[in-house]
Ligand binder design. Structure first.
Ligand SMILES: Nc1ncnc2c1ncn2[C@@H]1O[C@H](COP(=O)(O)OP(=O)(O)OP(=O)(O)O)[C@@H](O)[C@H]1O
Length: 336
């Protein structure tokens, strides 16, 4: 016998919500999904009326649903926002060129302006050229560092007040796990924040902080949204893939694992006296950095000098880690 929707009790349920296990009809799922994102936005006071907000749009499922829902909620609840799509072309043939075609269609479908910036115009390098030089190891580090800055540069160009990204609950839980595995305390503290970049940079928010990836896919599917679903051709070795696989395993036995990990990340605090990097401005390019020279500038210098490992070298990282562990151990011995 068909199961009735547990919310309206009238229509037949067409899905089981991955987050709550509720059996819902399509309309009730849309309502629950949209209302939860609205509540996330209002509880965290993400926007003020009149703000100009850039939606970081890659053409993938998350940012396509984000663009759709930002427009919908802005109209439904009168947020009073001016919206624009901001895309970065990393120069990955057969991947980003196709996904940007999707963004261009979204621009027409959602009637939003679109700005595209490319790595080639900003850095003089495409990811295709970078991978030709460095191979398929550490390439995601280059891409991530350059993209982060490219979005900042785009936001400055557009003079927006804020950027929103499609990072979802799964992405954040994966990042918590990765930061634990790497012992990266500074990032562990920051990665669960719904808004980052409040110290000097253009703030960045994640309206999907509590939204499950599976539900985003369902929403896009039932709404028949036009999105690009191919994985990046250069990311097969990314470390994140292992954290993702582990998280999916946990989710299959306990769906709340995703929110539980985010909650754990939020609850972790750094003991007094531990020095954390502070955000300042890069002395070369003027964009946000926790070092005197930002990582993007160091990496770019490495590429231009034919020394691409500059700044990402494992040996220097391991050496620094060992030195800091030795320092901690000797401090503890002294206090004993
Ligand atoms: N090339 C890009 N241009 C603009 N924004 C981007 C780009 N790549 C990623 N982003 C932003 O960062 C978010 C997280 O990116 P990530 O690479 O994790 O992709 P994802 O989880 O597959 O998301 P999506 O489905 O939107 O591609 C995206 O949702 C989007 O808001």
């Amino acid at each position: 016998m068909p199961v009735k929707c547990t919310r309206c009790c009238v229509k037949v349920a067409v899905l089981k919500r991955p987050k709550t296990s509720d059996a819902l009809c399509k309309e009730c799922f849309f309502w629950a999904f949209e209302t939860e994102v609205h509540e996330t936005i209002t509880r965290a006071k993400l926007f003020k009326p009149g703000e100009y907000v850039a939606i970081a749009a890659s053409g993938g499922k998350d940012s396509t649903v984000l663009a759709y829902i930002m427009k919908l909620l802005n109209e439904r609840y009168n947020y009073g926002l001016k919206l624009v799509l901001l895309s970065v072309d990393e120069g990955i043939t057969g991947y980003r060129d196709d996904s940007l075609e999707t963004v261009k269609r979204n621009q027409q479908q959602y009637e939003l302006p679109l700005k595209i910036l490319s790595y080639e115009e900003l850095y003089g390098w495409t990811m295709d050229a970078i991978v030709r030089q460095i191979g398929l190891k550490s390439n995601c580090t280059f891409c991530g560092v350059f993209r982060r800055q490219a979005l900042d540069r785009g936001a400055v160009l557009l003079e927006v007040n804020k950027i929103v990204t499609g990072h979802n609950a799964d992405d954040i839980a994966e990042t918590v796990l990765m930061n634990i595995l790497r012992g990266d305390i500074a990032r562990l503290q920051r990665c669960t924040l719904i808004t980052t970049g409040t110290e000097g940079a253009i703030p960045r928010s994640k309206p999907f902080k509590y939204t499950y990836e599976k539900e985003i896919v369902m929403y896009a599917y039932f709404k028949k949204l036009d999105y690009f679903s191919t994985e990046c051709i250069y990311s097969p070795n990314a470390y994140r893939g292992h954290a993702r696989a582990y998280l999916k395993d946990l989710e299959s036995v306990r769906p709340s694992a995703i929110l539980d990990i985010i909650h754990s990340g939020e609850c972790m605090s750094v003991k007094d006296g531990i020095k954390l990097p502070t955000q300042g401005l890069c002395t070369r390019c003027g964009y946000i950095s926790s070092q005197e020279v930002c990582k993007a500038c160091v990496m770019l210098e490495g590429l231009n000098k034919g020394l691409p490992k500059l700044g990402i070298g494992k040996s220097s990282k391991v050496k620094r880690r060992v030195e800091s562990l030795c320092k901690d151990a000797s401090k503890e011995e002294e206090s004993c």
